[in-house]
Design a protein around this ligand. Structure first.
Ligand SMILES: [Zn+2]
Length: 318
């Protein structure tokens, strides 16, 4: 194969129907591209109860440092209604100077360019000093349990160490490579349930409408702002993403009401400090009486979503 051509690499990758968690031939193809360049290629299958087994790939060229790693994923999201595609999702058709296919942007395009870049370097200058590796998962678009984190642990347990890493996710506004990001905001989600007392809307004194309490709590989450932003990030932002009672009647006060939220936060917070701040706001709002005069504090509970994303910022300018 002409590995130095990113277009050919991308077309070959797109033709692998690697809808998560299926390998779809994509990792085998990478093996085929990287082995002839001198990479030592290893596959690693990760398992966990309740999730599908997922194949991952680690390939390294060189044994010395410094060690640069390219990280990415070959799995893609499902195609949805295939008939609605202007070009088939796995055909890699080119029209108007653009290639069409599932994963062209996120992120087979990035991997195709990684491979072409290292192949061109080898063609021109020979093997690089130090080492270059590919850490590629097949579990980014799915549960993301048997993917990058397990592959990192597996490689680190074998003694692998890296000095720098480039992730080929599509963050470029206009064309590939026009922006490099050095960090990412954290993400934390939760669901609040307010417990009230069901009753008839005509006799509210016999009931306790949980929506009143939920409005107080959600208001406290949305105002005031969590911070004003930092040198590297925009202000942290919380969005209430759903408010539910499941109540089909207009004249019944429901027994409980729930709301879910997601906050994208900057490096003035950690997951732990942010959880504490959210609880502080909720407890303060629960004791307020604006919407619930002469009532006991709002009874609520909160369930945090699993696996929050920690804020990340690299300060290593090298
Ligand atoms: Zn991606």
């Amino acid at each position: 194969m002409t590995t130095t051509d990113p277009v050919a690499n991308l077309a070959a990758l797109i033709r692998c129907p690697s809808v998560t968690p299926a390998e779809g031939g994509a990792l085998s193809l990478l093996d085929t591209l990287l082995s002839p360049l001198g990479f030592a290629v290893e596959k690693m299958v990760a398992s966990e109860a309740g999730t599908p087994d997922v194949e991952n790939l680690y390939a390294r060229l060189g044994t010395e440092g410094p060690h640069l790693m390219f990280a990415g994923h070959t799995d893609v999201v499902p195609v949805g209604d295939e008939a609605a595609w202007s070009h088939p999702p796995f055909a890699a058709e080119i029209a108007g100077g653009e290639m069409f296919g599932r994963g062209a942007v996120d992120m087979k395009g990035g991997i195709a360019c990684f491979v072409a870049a290292i192949a061109r370097h080898i063609e021109k200058h020979g093997k690089p000093e130090g080492s270059v590796s590919f850490l590629i998962t097949g579990d980014e678009e799915g549960p993301s349990i048997n993917g990058t984190s397990k592959l990192l642990e597996w490689a680190a347990a074998k003694g692998e160490q890296w000095d720098a890493c480039v992730v080929g996710e599509p963050t470029n506004p206009d064309q590939l490579g026009d922006m490099i990001k050095i960090g990412r905001r954290g993400s934390l989600s939760g669901r609040i349930t307010v417990h009230g007392v069901q009753g008839h809307a005509a006799y509210p004194h016999l009931a306790d409408n949980p929506i009143r309490g939920l409005l107080q709590l959600t208001h406290a989450l949305m105002h005031p702002p969590f911070d004003r932003g930092t040198d590297d990030f925009q202000p942290s932002n919380l969005e209430v993403t759903t408010v539910d009672t499941g109540n089909a009647a207009t004249n019944v006060i429901p027994a409980r009401a729930t709301a879910a939220f997601n906050i994208r936060f900057n490096d003035s917070w950690t997951v732990e400090s942010l959880r504490a701040e959210i609880i502080r706001r909720l407890d303060a709002a629960a004791a307020e009486g604006e919407l619930r005069p002469d009532r006991a504090p709002v009874k609520y509970d909160i369930v945090w979503a699993d696996r929050p994303a920690h804020v990340f910022l690299t300060r290593n300018n090298a």
